[in-house]
Design a protein around this ligand. Structure first.
Ligand SMILES: [Zn+2]
Ligand SMILES: [Zn+2]
Length: 130
């Protein structure tokens, strides 16, 4: 007698009718204007900004042939609202100076006041290698 195919049952159970899905789903060709994936945002130099989580799901290529089922595949994407996206944060000049000062403190020897290209073992040794 053949053993029951457990794997198949599990796959059936994972299928959720599309009407029960929590988020609206769109196929790659039917994504409405103003919704983009995180990767697209990055490509445009934007961050998620004020987006509080995804608002829709970009269905995977496989699910294009199964319109009645919700896509639960790892290759699905999450769609964010483009109008809530913000420009990516770049460090200001003051922040860069602060960073440089911090690096200078770690790279400069307190005894001979030479600055090195690497961080000195100030905590253990306190001075540069003579
Ligand atoms: Zn899918
Ligand atoms: Zn020194």
């Amino acid at each position: 007698m053949p053993r029951p195919r457990k794997k198949r049952y599990r796959r059936e159970a994972a299928r959720v009718p599309r009407s029960d899905a929590a988020l609206p789903e769109y196929d790659r060709s039917t994504v409405p204007e103003g919704l983009v994936t995180r990767r697209q945002l990055r490509g445009m130099g934007l961050s998620a900004g004020n987006n509080e989580g995804p608002v829709a799901i970009l269905r995977c290529k496989l699910c294009a042939t199964r319109p009645q089922w919700s896509c639960a595949h790892p290759t699905r994407g999450y769609l964010l609202r483009l109008d809530l996206a913000m420009p990516k944060r770049t460090p200001t000049l003051a922040q860069e100076w602060a960073l440089d000062r911090a690096m200078a403190a770690r790279q400069t020897c307190p005894r001979c006041h030479r600055r090195y290209y690497f961080c000195l073992p100030l905590r253990t040794q306190g001075v540069c290698d003579p």
